[in-house]
Ligand binder design. Structure first.
Ligand code: NDP
Length: 234
């Protein structure tokens, strides 16, 4: 089945691997990017998820190009680490704005099309930090934990319309986001995993495409860890 898929932050890292996985399955794939040149092979839309008009405009462009969004992947995210004692309101809010409110803006924009179609897949990229916490990441952990309650509420609002909402929760994955991590912190995270290694963007993408498939129709409000077995107790 060829579906209209939209992935925020699909220009690099985990988002790009997700875009490639959907494209390989034959779907029509749109990606958002903020900066630089988007990778070829997808319908690129410039979008900043902290700006409501930009999100609404992106969804409109994607709808005109490839039809109403049937599969939404809210993947765009940022970190802005710092110990709480020295964290400003702005540093905290910026991370919430992108990771949590960005997901809200996107969901609100794609919902009408899914409700009309009486079918849809909403997938949110959270983080194991949501459940484990991490020093210096009170802002990020709050935003990523917020996504869980958000997705579960959306699942209950839209379930009767055959729209599912699920959360994928990656552990440590090597991307631009994690390249600044110290060797000591990296080793500490890896010892928490059963597999004793970091994950790949492709391994996260596999979980996302599974939740989007027709066969995942009875899975909603779920939290799918892709953490190599790091004990999050979800
Ligand atoms: P990257 O830093 O490699 O990519 C982040 C992506 O988000 C980029 O495409 C970036 O776009 C986009 N983005 C950031 N801010 C905005 C914004 N305001 N509007 C639109 N797009 C934005 O990170 P990853 O690929 O590693 O992360 C992808 C997701 O996975 C994030 O939500 C992250 O929190 C989550 N995650 C990552 C883990 C990891 O270990 N890497 C672990 C757990 C979760 P641009 O290129 O234009 O800046």
């Amino acid at each position: 089945m060829t579906r209209s898929v939209l992935i925020t932050g699909g220009n690099r890292g985990i988002g790009l691997a997700i875009a490639e996985a959907f494209a390989a399955a034959g779907d029509k794939v749109a990606i958002t990017y903020r900066t630089g040149t988007p990778p070829p092979g997808f319908f690129p839309v410039r979008c900043d998820v902290t700006d409501t008009d930009s999100v609404n405009d992106a969804v409109e462009q994607v709808t005109s190009q490839q039809g109403p969004v049937e599969v939404m992947v809210s993947n765009a995210g940022v970190i802005n680490d710092g110990l709480l004692l020295r964290m400003s309101d702005a540093d905290f809010l910026r991370v919430l704005d992108t990771n949590l409110l960005g997901a809200m803006r996107l969901t609100r924009a794609v919902m009408p099309g899914m409700i009309s179609a009486r079918w849809g897949r909403l997938i949110y990229v959270s983080s194991m930090t949501a459940l484990l916490g991490a020093p210096g990441q009170t802002n990020y952990a709050s935003a990523k934990a917020g996504l869980i309650g958000f997705a579960r509420s959306v699942a209950r609002e839209l379930g009767t319309r055959r729209i599912t909402a699920n959360v994928v929760m990656p552990g440590l994955v090597d991307t631009d986001m994690t390249k600044e991590i110290t060797d000591q912190r990296r080793a500490q995270i890896l010892t928490q995993t059963a597999l004793n290694r970091a994950g790949t963007p492709e391994e996260v993408a596999a979980a996302v495409t599974f939740l989007a498939c027709e066969n995942a129709s009875y899975i909603t409000a779920a939290l799918l860890p892709v953490t190599g077995g790091a004990g999050t107790g979800n």
